[in-house]
Design a binder for this molecule. Structure first.
Ligand SMILES: Nc1ncnc2c1ncn2[C@@H]1O[C@H](COP(=O)(O)OP(=O)(O)OP(=O)(O)O)[C@@H](O)[C@H]1O
Ligand SMILES: [Mg+2]
Length: 366
């Protein structure tokens, strides 16, 4: 459990120290006062990245030289550890005061699932949003996935650079040199994605039933690009596509261009779904991800749900079902703009008021 969190110069927070967090925490505050920033800080400590921006520099409080985040985590057996991430001129990561040089050794001290009003874009937005979700999900259950993806992306970037240089000179030798690694890593990525989507799809079907009380035909359809599921076929596809890649100046096939579709009652939600159906599918997607995380222990890394002001959009039945699935999380952080309706699930929560970068605990129920 995350016992406490310390933020310095992070977004709109100058200095904030929350020492005694609970199993369920509620942050209430008006628009623009720092609720999402707080969840973003927790997310950052879990993964060393943000769910809102790819620019780390956006996270430092404007006018300061960097930020610092720290958190005390207590395991189920009562062992406490202190993790720290400091980003001034350089990155400085520590666990129990010991410097950690590699991000992979720092991340996943706890795992997070974010529920946000923007989740609907995973269903209806661009393919890059879906790939990002899927990659984050797989890396939270399979530790070797992220390094695999990184190696693929580095090789892809280099091959693309040589494809661009090919306008001026013959770079086919260099372009070819990256193909075995791309076929090797790429086909493994496709295998992980395919297995994960199958699993997530099954969980979403069950969740839709639990939440709506009706059985619907639901599936996630992964459109695997020709040849990419098998290393040898992948390599021979390079032979077929290389000249096209040279003329387009980038690698025109591979998991970096993958996509998947949400199929509900035999129709694609992206092109035919109602807003409510897309929202339900995106909510179930995140809940499915959380349930699957629960099946993978990852060395005792606990599951923390960060619920950013989503329940206001849900009807009472869906809200109740949502809370009941959230019981699977080890710890939950909610944000609300108004005092929430006190469902049984929220009784006994720690409640905080967020106002202009200050957070104060409110004693007693709201
Ligand atoms: N790097 C930064 N430095 C200083 N202030 C920032 C920085 N980034 C964002 N802010 C400010 O932080 C404030 C709070 O943002 P946040 O997204 O946490 O609000 P919120 O409480 O979640 O609001 P809402 O209810 O509208 O979602 C905003 O006023 C924003 O301008
Ligand atoms: Mg917000």
């Amino acid at each position: 459990m995350i016992r406490g969190i310390y933020l310095r110069n992070f977004r709109n927070y100058g200095e904030l120290h929350l020492k005694t967090l609970g199993k369920i925490n509620i942050f209430i505050g008006r628009n623009g006062h720092g609720k999402t920033n707080l969840l973003e800080g927790l997310f950052f400590l879990s993964l060393l990245r943000s769910f809102r921006t790819s620019q780390i520099d956006d996270l430092r409080k404007i006018g300061t030289g960097g930020f610092y985040l720290g958190s005390e985590i207590i395991s189920e057996s009562g062992i406490s550890k202190y993790i720290e991430a400091e980003y001034y001129d350089r990155r400085n990561l520590k666990i129990d005061k010991n410097p950690v040089s590699r991000a992979s050794e720092f991340i996943h001290n706890f795992r997070t699932v974010v529920f946000s009003p923007h989740d609907i874009l995973i269903v209806s937005g661009s393919s890059s949003i879906r790939r990002k979700f899927l990659d984050m999900h797989i890396s939270s259950v399979i530790p070797e996935y992220m390094p695999l993806l990184q190696e693929y992306l580095v090789a892809l970037q280099k091959r693309n650079a040589y494809l661009r240089m090919g306008q001026g000179r013959d770079t086919s030798k260099e372009v070819r040199a990256f193909e075995p690694i791309l076929a090797d890593k790429g086909s493994s990525i496709v295998k992980f994605r395919s297995e994960s989507l199958f699993k997530i799809s099954g969980h979403i079907s069950m969740l839709i039933h639990e939440i709506t009380g009706t059985r619907r035909n639901f599936s996630l359809k992964y459109s695997i690009q020709k040849g990419t599921g098998n290393r040898e076929e992948y390599l021979s596809r390079f032979d077929q596509e290389r000249s096209r890649d040279f003329s387009r100046q980038y690698s025109t096939f591979g998991p970096h261009l993958d996509d998947f579709e949400f199929i509900y009652d035999d129709k694609s939600l992206k092109s035919h779904g109602s807003t409510g159906q897309c929202r339900l599918a995106s909510l179930c997607l995140k809940l499915a991800s959380m349930r699957i995380m629960g099946e993978f222990g990852m060395n005792g890394s606990e599951i923390v749900a960060l619920v950013d002001d989503v329940t206001g959009e849900l009807d009472i039945g869906t809200k109740k079902a949502f809370y009941s699935v959230l019981k699977n999380a080890n710890q939950v952080f909610f944000t609300f703009t108004e005092k929430p309706f006190m469902d049984d699930f929220l009784k006994g929560s720690k409640i905080f008021e967020v106002a202009d970068g200050q957070v104060v605990e409110i004693k007693g129920d709201v």
